[in-house]
Design a protein around this ligand. Structure first.
Ligand code: NAD
Length: 395
């Protein structure tokens, strides 16, 4: 099922039957049962690589490693990447990989062997530049280093550690983009200064922790953060900079609350930065924040979206809010192809420039058509992809 509601989109643009048909289908879907014998035991992982669209460039999207990965989830995430890249106006299509295995069951050595097996099986589409992977939930820059070690092609993978061709600033890029988008929404929608704002973040992984850290640095009060181990809370604001060295929140000696309450706490801004479907109908009905920033992919169910729209709570959608990572990936890919060097400020500037433009475009459409930020972002992204189909002579 598409992430888009085509009936809503076609009310605002001439979509055309052929374009809709192409968008509804993945361009390519690859499956393998990755298996290897390790320490006398068989390790198996259903693995999917979905290239939703390559019309605007190589299919770009991370590798998710989790015991809950499905083909349907990988399809949705791949499609989201198509629209995210189009909205940010970077020359990539949308792709995604899902490796269905709990990373906690792997040792560093068996994990490396599994990633090598992934490259062995999916090598043809990685080596020829059709699909450019990056980290997502459950994978890290070191896994990308393993991929580079197999291919020896610097531009075939992004999110690598800086010492081996990675980009300074890539690790925090998604969080920097989410925090910057939150700042634009706080100033533009709430009419407040960031330093006068309280924030709640669900997730303390790559995206959640860096988002919280930037907002804390810019003066916001980050009053609560949760992860899989629970949640921590401080009415006066958490010391996020001092929390960054902890792997999980349970390592920290801070006041705790139930993780179930996190998204419905009284705060100006709520940021789901962990898993999909976190904001369902029940959570949406009880959210007290004045704006929601979607840092995770697909964190709000269709029912949750409808309730938030009814309650007139603005939601800055994932394809806009979390595109900092893929914008940085584009800079890393360009650096790898050209052999040039990039410094951290260039990474940050590129993220801010592409995001500010996309945010302004979306805000204009919201004003002109009196629609949600999600629908406005989708319309702009689809227009860009459809126009690219015309340019390529596909439709
Ligand atoms: P991660 O694996 O680094 O962190 C995930 C975090 O979520 C961890 O802190 C984990 O404990 C927490 N978590 C898991 N289940 C939870 C639950 N039920 N309640 C509360 N917390 C829970 O992953 P990440 O890279 O930070 O990705 C988070 C989200 O952001 C995903 O949806 C991912 O697709 C999206 N995203 C990531 C990037 C990126 O560059 N990493 C870019 C764009 C979007």
């Amino acid at each position: 099922m598409s992430v888009l509601d085509f009936s809503k989109i076609s009310k605002h643009m001439e979509l055309g039957r052929d374009a809709e048909y192409m968008l509804r289908k993945s361009g390519q879907e690859h499956y393998a049962n990755l298996s290897l014998k390790w320490d006398g035991k068989l390790i198996c992982a259903d693995t999917y690589v979905v290239l939703h669209s390559q019309v605007r460039g190589p299919a770009k999207g991370g590798i998710r490693m989790s015991g809950k990965v499905t083909l349907e989830e990988t399809r949705r995430l791949s499609e989201l990447m198509t629209y995210k890249c189009a909205l940010a106006k970077i020359p990539f299509g949308g792709g995604k990989s899902g490796i269905c295995i709990d990373p906690a069951t792997l040792t560093p050595e068996s994990r490396r062997a599994l990633i090598k097996e992934y490259v062995h099986v999916f090598g043809p589409i990685i080596n020829n530049g059709s699909y450019v992977p990056a980290p997502d939930m459950g994978t890290t820059p070191y896994d990308m280093a393993t991929i580079y070690g197999c291919t020896h092609i610097p531009e075939c993978v992004t999110g690598k550690p800086p010492r081996i061709g990675g980009l300074p600033g890539r690790v925090e890029a998604t969080g920097y983009g989410v925090a910057s988008t939150a700042k634009m929404a706080i100033e533009g929608i709430l009419g407040k200064a960031v330093s006068d704002t309280s924030v709640v973040v669900q997730g303390f992984g790559n995206v959640g922790r860096w988002t919280a850290n930037f907002l804390h640095e810019w003066g916001a009060r980050v009053i609560a953060i949760s992860d899989i181990t629970g949640a921590v809370y401080s009415e006066g604001g958490l010391p996020v900079d001092k929390m960054m060295s902890a792997k999980t929140l349970e390592e920290l000696d801070l006041p705790r609350i139930s993780a179930d309450e996190i998204l419905t706490l009284p705060a100006d801004v709520v940021i789901p930065a962990a898993v999909e479907d976190a904001i369902d109908a029940n959570v949406a009905a009880n959210i007290k924040a004045k704006v929601v920033i979607e840092a995770a992919n697909d964190p709000t169910t269709v029912e949750g979206q409808a309730i938030l729209a009814e309650r007139a709570i603005p939601v800055i959608p994932d394809i806009l809010a979390n595109s900092g990572g893929v914008i940085a990936s584009y800079i890393e890919w360009r650096q790898a192809k050209s052999g040039s060097l990039t410094d951290k400020s260039e990474t940050y500037n590129a993220i801010l420039r592409q995001l500010s433009n996309a945010y302004a475009d979306v805000s204009d459409v919201v004003q002109q058509k009196n629609i949600t930020h999600r629908l406005a972002a989708q319309i702009l992204a689809v227009e860009e992809v459809v126009q690219s189909m015309f340019d390529r002579g596909w439709i």
